[in-house]
Design a protein around this ligand. Structure first.
Ligand SMILES: *Cc1c(COP(=O)(O)O)cnc(C)c1O
Length: 229
């Protein structure tokens, strides 16, 4: 068995245990393999081991990989998306997790319309308050969602966040709980064209806490592929 496959099995066990602690069905948590800087052979091993969502941070790097590896998995964009890359992103990705500002949403909508597609998106929210993280401030998220809901070629599927790094993952819990509470508040508004199904949260150092708090997509890089070069 490849090391990548062993790592994936171990992570799935940890997801299942975290889901059980929270009384959740582990089938409600999807495992994304985050592959920035990861070589093609190891990505293919992950897809063979059943990873069906690949997350990429850079449009150019992803374009090459998607052309090479095709559609054995869904490809999701999770990095900071520059507005001038929106036209490539709408053609390459099955979902964009990092819609964090009006200007980007408008450009994605315009490009998706031109390409004749409806693009699935998550709204990225910065709940940790760190300036280095690029999500929308929580107090602006609802207004952004109401505006994006009007865009015919974008389909909102939920929310994404990145917790600050802490040496104790318990400290990330309020951030994940905050995203879940925001999701519930928005869902209660029942805005047309807004589904609040997905909570994309949890990475190598904090995914178990995120699953306990309701994550539906955990984004894991190093625990699957090893430390990045
Ligand atoms: C790199 C990255 C991840 C994965 O981080 P690991 O700590 O390697 O699991 C998840 N989400 C985003 C947005 C990332 O940039």
């Amino acid at each position: 068995m490849s090391e990548v496959k062993e790592n994936i099995l171990r992570i799935r066990e940890r997801i299942a245990a975290a889901a059980a602690r929270a009384g959740r069905d582990p089938a409600g948590v999807r495992l994304m393999g985050v592959t920035k800087t990861v070589g093609d052979d190891r990505i293919l091993q992950a897809i063979e081991a059943g990873i069906d969502i690949i997350g990429e941070n850079y449009v150019q790097e992803a374009k090459r990989k998607i052309e090479l590896m095709g559609k054995g998995a869904e490809w999701h964009f999770i990095g900071h998306l520059q507005t001038n890359k929106a036209k490539y992103a709408v053609r390459l990705f099955d979902m964009i997790h990092s819609v964090n500002r009006m200007s980007l949403a408008e450009e994605l909508n315009r490009r998706a319309a031109a390409a004749g597609v409806v693009l699935r998106v998550l709204i990225e929210v910065n709940l940790g308050g760190e300036e280095s993280k690029s999500g929308a401030p929580p107090e602006e998220a609802a207004a952004l969602i109401r505006a994006v809901a009007q865009m015919a070629n974008l389909s909102i599927r939920g929310l994404m966040t990145m917790a600050p790094w802490y040496d104790d993952p318990e400290r990330a819990r309020p951030c994940f709980a905050g995203l879940r509470e925001l999701r519930d508040r928005i869902a209660a508004e029942a805005i047309p064209n807004v589904a609040m199904r997905e909570l994309s949260m949890g990475m190598t150092d904090d995914f178990e806490v995120a699953v306990e708090e309701g994550s539906t997509i955990v984004r894991i890089g190093r625990a699957i592929f090893g430390e990045r070069k």
